[in-house]
Write a protein that binds this ligand. Structure first.
Ligand code: EPU
Length: 424
């Protein structure tokens, strides 16, 4: 079993190249199901979630070649199989993104319900209600959603809450539905906007992706595409938090500053200097860190995917920061681990009150989700002595070679192999 070993206390200096965005690449990979020709994605990060999606697409009858940062997808010669099995969906909830494309393309889809996960219950009722509006007949049997519709027809969908993958699923379904659909109260995340760009390349007419109201003119057939994926704003934000914690001066190459504005504003208030340099972003910490409150919200609010890393930063700031999580009901799994490293945090319902401490101390820690694991890496970089972050497979789902990127800017960090039952 791999773990990440960090000896904290070194400032970070140098350059880090930001990879393609996981949460943009996943729906785009699923969009390849909407057409039969050969599609090409560029700037795809080498991540476990990308491999899981490739495995799912292969299971569904596609030829997929992953040679990061490129992925090629084409229809295989055999019969397509519109079935997403539990074994693959349980590894990655985003697998549910094949539901819309499959029913739109083949008139039938059978997709395992993902179930809850470490950060919350995460139902998919909004995906299903939306597909029903487009004329799909939906039933749940034996843990699977079965959606059927000989041909989807356009409709007006009003989401009860903005959902990222829900909006994406319905955009892909509407792109092959007959007529002009309207999606209202959509998620406005940059990754949704990016999917709109890809669907337009495929020949659908999508207007408003990235705003609350999206219009989509469906087509009978869609074309394959060639697309370079946008940079990962959450990866960039995570490295900004790391520089904030350790101090130093790092140029983040290809960091999407506009998409990260809500985080950048908070980081600047906390004492970081963040400046655009052409396509890149320079991050520095000069003085002492100050405590800043943050409340997560759908884009363009403070992203829930940055809450844990921001909390790690606040653990070493001067003063008291109040952090409130409004998107997921169970996204404070990092708190007890940060406390084992000497953080002073009190949680009540969805609020964490973080009292900054003078120093964190290294410990053996582990987390149950991706961003929580990233927060422990940030804490480890500033903590005294050695930190071992276990369950690295969470990090591998969403951060491309995180230890190499941090080591290249001066962190004392490496991947180690822990024998089962070893006591580091
Ligand atoms: N929700 C419902 N019903 C639905 C759909 C969502 O009640 O049908 C609720 C969820 O339970 C949650 C809220 O709506 O409380 C928002 O969830 P959303 O659907 O937007 O989340 P998601 O699409 O499942 C994506 C990202 C997550 C990110 C969230 C929020 C992908 C593949 N995943 O998930 O990314 O946290 O949006 O921004 O895009 C991560 O990368 O670490 C990650 C968890």
């Amino acid at each position: 079993m791999d773990a990440i070993q960090i000896r904290g206390g070194r400032p970070l200096n140098g350059k880090i190249r930001i990879s393609g965005a996981k949460n943009a690449a996943l729906p785009i990979l699923c969009a390849t199901l909407l057409s039969d020709g050969q599609s090409k994605l560029r700037n795809v990060p080498a991540l476990r979630d990308i491999d899981t999606t490739a495995a799912l697409l292969r299971f569904l009858g596609r030829d997929v070649e992953v040679t990061a940062p490129e992925v090629h997808v084409a229809a295989a010669s055999g019969e397509p199989r519109p079935l997403a099995p539990y074994e693959l969906v349980r590894q990655m909830r985003a697998s549910v993104l094949v539901l819309g494309p499959l029913v739109a393309r083949y008139g039938r889809a059978k997709v395992s319900l993902p179930g809850g996960c470490a950060i919350g219950a995460r139902p998919i009722d909004q995906h299903l209600k939306g597909l029903e509006v487009l004329g799909a007949n939906i039933r749940v049997e034996h843990g699977y959603v079965v959606a059927e519709a000989p041909r989807l027809t356009a409709g007006e969908i009003v989401f009860d809450i903005p959902t990222v993958t829900g909006t994406e699923n319905l955009m892909m379904a509407a792109a092959l539905a007959k007529g002009r659909s309207v999606l209202v109260n959509c998620a406005r995340e940059p990754e949704v906007e990016e999917l709109g760009r890809v669907l337009n390349k495929m020949g659908a007419r999508v207007e408003g992706a990235g705003t609350a109201v999206i219009h989509i003119e469906g087509r009978d057939e869609l074309d394959p595409f060639d697309h370079a994926v946008i940079s990962d704003r959450i990866e960039a934000g995570t490295f900004m938090a790391a520089v904030g914690a350790t101090g130093g001066d790092v140029l983040l190459e290809n960091a999407p500053l506009d998409d990260l504005e809500p985080v950048v504003v908070k980081l600047r208030k906390a004492g970081l200097e963040i400046e655009r340099e052409g396509e890149h972003t320079r991050v520095r910490r000069l003085g002492r860190l100050k405590a800043v409150d943050a409340t997560t919200a759908p884009h363009p609010g403070f992203p829930t995917d940055m809450q844990a890393q921001f909390m790690a930063l606040m653990c070493c700031a001067e003063g008291r920061a109040v952090l409130t999580e409004t998107i997921f009901e169970n996204r404070f799994m990092h708190v007890p681990e940060l406390m084992r490293m000497g953080a002073n945090i009190e949680t009540r319902h969805n609020t964490a009150v973080v009292e900054g401490v003078k120093k964190l101390s290294g410990a053996s820690v582990m987390a149950t989700d991706l961003r929580a694991s990233a927060s422990l890496v940030v804490a480890g970089l500033v903590a005294e002595d050695e930190t071992i972050v276990r369950r690295v497979y969470h990090l591998d789902r969403g951060y491309e070679h995180i230890e190499d990127k941090l080591a290249a800017v001066g962190a004392d960090i490496q991947r180690i192999s822990l024998e089962r039952g070893a006591l580091p």
